[in-house]
Design a protein around this ligand. Structure first.
Ligand code: FES
Length: 226
């Protein structure tokens, strides 16, 4: 393979000044060995999505999480400004943000339940109900759909034996449809927990599902990382 003059100029086909093959632009030279590892440097999110032993009634912000919660508070001028990262931390511990969790976070940040609910329900990245150990979000927006996003979604549903939004009987998977994940240059883009799997094809779906079934915890805890 010829030397790449610069990184990731975007797919221009075999015409134009770049004269790059699709493999050079979209292949492993740029996006790493994925999707099975899923950990390419371009992956989104840096915090663990949720703990393996998440429990909807787990104590909030105790032990190392209390330390992280206090660190979060030091980064913001007011308690109210710390609401989003506090909810992130709560979701990491409990797996989803229930109304009770919203109320507890509100108490800790001295915010009204209505205010916390207004914020938490605005953002789709906060799960408002329990999800499986692996939350699979398949983008079916324009770029991804032109490249088979709908078929990829259908394949994930088939191989996890679920309907959209349903959690598999063993609690391993919840598959949902996502709006644009901002990985439009690498369709179909799939976010699984906090990691991006890019250029996912129909053929790769069974391998990804099998890998996730065997892979144990959805993420490791980054205890004390905050
Ligand atoms: S359209 Fe799928 S990531 Fe943007």
């Amino acid at each position: 393979m010829s030397e790449i003059p610069f990184k990731n100029p975007g797919w221009a086909g075999n015409v134009g000044e770049y004269d790059l093959t699709e493999e050079q632009v979209r292949g492993i030279d740029f996006v790493g060995v994925r999707p099975l590892e899923g950990g390419h440097a371009a992956g989104s999110a840096t915090y663990p999505y949720m703990l393996e032993d998440k429990h909807p009634e787990a104590p909030l912000f105790e032990g190392p999480y209390e330390v992280r919660f206090q660190k979060i508070l030091t980064r913001y001028p007011t308690k109210r400004a710390a609401l989003l990262p506090a909810l992130n931390l709560a979701q990491e511990i409990r797996g989803h943000i229930s109304p009770q969790t919203m109320d507890r976070v509100g108490e800790l940040l001295e915010l009204s339940p209505a205010y916390v609910r207004g914020v938490a329900t605005f953002y789709t990245m906060y799960n408002k109900r329990p999800v499986g150990r692996h939350l699979v979000q398949v983008c079916t927006n324009i770029s991804c759909n032109l490249c088979g996003g709908q078929e990829v979604l259908d394949a994930f549903l088939e191989h996890t034996n679920t309907e959209v939004g349903e959690t598999s009987a063993d609690g391993t998977f919840t598959v949902i449809e996502a709006e644009c994940l901002a990985g439009c240059g690498f369709p179909t883009c799939v976010q699984i927990n906090s990691r991006y799997f890019e250029n996912v094809t129909l053929e790769e779906v069974p391998k990804i599902v099998a890998h996730l079934r065997e892979s144990g915890p959805a993420t490791e805890s980054l205890e004390g990382e905050e």
